[in-house]
Ligand binder design. Sequence first.
Ligand SMILES: Nc1ncnc2c1ncn2[C@@H]1O[C@H](COP(=O)(O)OP(=O)(O)OP(=O)(O)O)[C@@H](O)[C@H]1O
Length: 539
Amino acid sequence: MSGSIPNESADFVSQMTSEVVSPITNSSETRAATNPSDLPPEVEVVNLTKRFGNFTAVEQVSLKLRPGTFHALLGENGAGKSTLVKCIMGYHPATLGEILIDKQSREIHSPRDACKYSLGMVYQHFTVVPAMTVAENLLLVRPDTPMVINWATEFAKLEEFMATSPFQIDLNMPISQLAAGQKQKLEILKQLYLKNRVLILDEPTSVLTPQEADEVLGLLREEVTAGRLSVLMISHKFREIMAFVDEVTVLRKGKFAGHGYVKDLTVADMAAMMLGEQREPKKVAKTETNPETPTLEVKGLCANKDNGFPALEGLDLTIRGGEIIGIAGVSGNGQRELVEVLSGQRPPTGGQILVNGEVYGATRAEMQKHHVYALPEEPLRNACVPHMSVAENLALRTFDRPPQAKGILLIFKAIRDMAKNLIGVFSIKTPSPDTPIGNLSGGNVQRAVLARELSANKINLLIVANPVFGLDFNAVEYIHGQLVEARNRGVAVLLVSEDLDEVLALSDRFMVISDGKFTYESTPAEADFATIGQKMAGH
Ligand SMILES: Nc1ncnc2c1ncn2[C@@H]1O[C@H](COP(=O)(O)OP(=O)(O)OP(=O)(O)O)[C@@H](O)[C@H]1O
């Protein structure tokens, strides 16, 4: 193993990650399982550098993905992981360096080129078309889909493919009816359907429950062990790495920071390689608050899913200033619709919402009047304009008010100054305030939206959905600290999260949502885990 490991980092991380599972296998066992000539190709990155203008996102990084192994790429937010894999996939041209496929230097100019070498990528966010069925989405990825489709033949072929694939999904299901775990399986199936045998996965389990994640990774692990696939996975989750991965390569600030075999490493070793010198995140303790007056009152709220079926069926919810109310549950049980109704992106079909005792329809004017702020899930898609700059996105809430506007004139200096300040205070890693926000790493987009929403002078109600999606553990601590600080200041916080541990750690009180209804309510201290599990599973 290369890469230095300071002891303090190791201590800190071993405390944070108490539950780790031992590796299922190691690479030598894996390779022994198959005839070498049947294995996926070897992929080697040699001294790859990627610059965006003057900014070097990846510098002289080398990595070898050996056939029939499960390899993880680790690093903090902004370390260069996505950039590196996008270069491998031909999505970005590398500035310098080489990619070898089975020891031959290859030019890969596009993901389609990458497919020629059996390389397929599953991105952090879903790329399936929601209005289509599973079968239609699979056909859509083929480069040779005929102009006129013989459905009977194609469907029979798809059924044959599905029968032999590691995951099964009903081909007739519309995507809008699939839970996150099934969508992620479909993303992987798309690559298998293209006959790709080297899968590159960018945080594939970020939107999955631990059970869904273990199922997906377990099935992939079986394919790897059988020598049918190699996997290179970007991940922040040590539990999954310890359970499913053979080998890790670590990046820090765009540079190679270490490599090793999981069987020889502890979580602390890997975290220390990621962090370099110790930077202990600040834990924010909850202070005594006195929640009395309701800030948000939801009475009998109903709303529909995109397909017109009921998503929320008569929800009642009260949140007072100075408390965090958590909503736990498996994705697809109404959480998204609830957040969308409260942030004005979906009309309710029944019930009433009051904020500060006044009827609230979640218009922009009402959100402004009542000081309601929201961090929705997938903030790049739901709370940003990707091609606009970081500064412009940071000003989305305030650009029409002084000091950022004078009448109808925008004061660009004020917008930029405010952005520079927020970039500093919230440690947003961006080449400049003028960089399009869509170019930032996932974690930094998350920070930027949180900075915008939390920097308001006065906040009454803060609605957050999966706020640490895809973030490294340092950033998780930071954002959790910000939420607790807001609560301590008297903000009413609604925390919707598919991560039960997050709900239990932060909430003062929480509910489980299942099929659009609250089916369990407790404080974290009094929570009964067996019942929560049953309720989350819909029993
Ligand atoms: N197209 C681009 N133009 C300019 N800078 C970019 C572009 N893409 C990425 N960057 C910058 O490169 C750096 C590395 O980003 P990258 O997305 O590779 O990080 P990451 O390790 O995948 O982070 P995360 O875990 O948050 O997803 C970041 O500072 C990011 O802002």
